[in-house]
Design a protein. Structure first.
Length: 363
């Protein structure tokens, strides 16, 4: 090898050494993940006679500023919202939305051609909403506390009718469904609370504190700190909730119904219980062994439930609260025992979307 070749080789080796040293000294960048904290919002407690509701305001849909009080509903999945005053009236007819193509965007709301019908109630009495799958950024809460959620799928309805077929007023049944499953219209519609960014340190879900019985009013009383969005480790391990794993179905996803035994009037039956903030006044026990139609339990009747995970709750009926009916599921077509909003006055409630479980806690 000539001297010239040796010099050239030395230069090449020197460059390789320099390059190696350069890369070996380069430091990796550390990406710091933001720590997300749970968001706590208030709800409005409303009463009209024996009926009670809890409402969550929706104040922005797409680019449209609104003020609609949606029923906070643990018994359904997905937000349903009347299109009236949210999109132009010229687009809304009794037979559907007027647009061409697979979708259209108006006021920041994407309305798709996916149509459906949602029913609330059972075969004896139900309200039906007719509408389409839509997407929009939404803001929940109001000036006393709010949260912006990005591109939430929801059910935008153009018509709502009762069991007689009579059309109901606009926004008569706007619902904020936070159940763990999916809408029967499309699996894309699910609880809007799933669209809260939990970061790496929180679990997707929510807690509902016990309601304040004395604050229900005809004007609707704002009660702070009722709803917590985003769960931390202590919620799931040391806060006293009894967890109930949920069952999956190809239709509707994870079911909020919890296996339990129900004792009333000296009888003990098995059943599936739905704890439903959307039921305003009367708990309905569906008795598979019933031979008659329906009947109300008299005042001072005692009812006890024991879930398959050992949660126990006992209450006594009265003429103004804890109203309870016994029904024959062969007549109603619904085999779920549905506990009304009164249950949430005495018990805390948690839904863990990530791990598919519901937590119950006596207060």
């Amino acid at each position: 090898m000539t001297t010239k070749h040796l010099l050239l080789t030395s230069k090449i080796i020197g460059c390789i050494l320099i390059t190696t040293v350069f890369f070996s000294c380069k430091k990796e960048k550390t990406v710091v993940q933001p720590q997300i904290t749970p968001v706590t919002l208030g709800l409005y407690e409303y009463a009209s006679g024996i009926n009670k509701r809890i409402f969550l305001p929706v104040t922005l849909v797409g680019t449209k500023a609104v003020t609609y009080y949606t029923v906070f509903d643990t018994g359904s999945s997905g937000m349903t919202l009347d299109a009236t005053d949210i999109i132009p009236a010229s687009m809304i007819t009794s037979s559907g939305f007027q647009f061409t193509g697979d979708s259209t965007v108006v006021n920041g709301i994407t309305i798709t051609s996916t149509k459906g019908t949602i029913s609330f109630g059972d075969q004896l009495s139900s309200t039906k909403e007719y509408g389409n799958l839509a997407y929009a950024n939404i803001t929940i809460g109001d000036a006393q506390g709010n949260l912006a959620l990005k591109r939430v799928p929801f059910f935008l309805y153009y018509k709502i009718v009762d069991e007689t077929g009579a059309k109901l007023p606009a926004h008569a049944s706007d619902v904020f469904g936070v159940g763990p499953g999916t809408s029967y219209v499309t699996s894309e519609i699910q609880s809007p609370l799933r669209y809260f960014n939990t970061g790496t340190n929180l679990t997707s879900g929510f807690k509902l504190a016990t309601l304040n019985k004395s604050l229900f009013s005809t004007s609707g009383t704002y009660v702070s700190n009722l709803l917590t969005i985003g769960l931390n480790n202590s919620d799931l391990s040391s806060a006293g909730f009894i967890m109930h794993p949920l069952s999956y179905s190809n239709s509707g996803g994870y079911s909020p119904n919890i296996p339990a035994t129900i004792t009333y009037s000296g009888k003990t039956i098995s059943g599936q219980i739905l704890f439903d903030t959307g039921t305003p006044s009367t708990t309905v026990i569906e008795d598979r062994l019933a031979t008659t139609s329906t009947g109300s339990l008299p005042a001072n009747s005692t009812v006890t439930i024991t879930t398959n995970q050992g949660f126990v709750y006992t209450y006594t009926t009265s003429s103004t609260g804890n109203l309870t009916e016994v029904q024959n599921p062969n007549n109603t077509g619904d085999y779920r025992t549905i506990f009304s909003l009164d249950f949430f006055i005495s018990n805390e409630y948690l839904t863990d979307y990530s791990n598919h479980q519901i937590g119950l806690k006596n207060n």
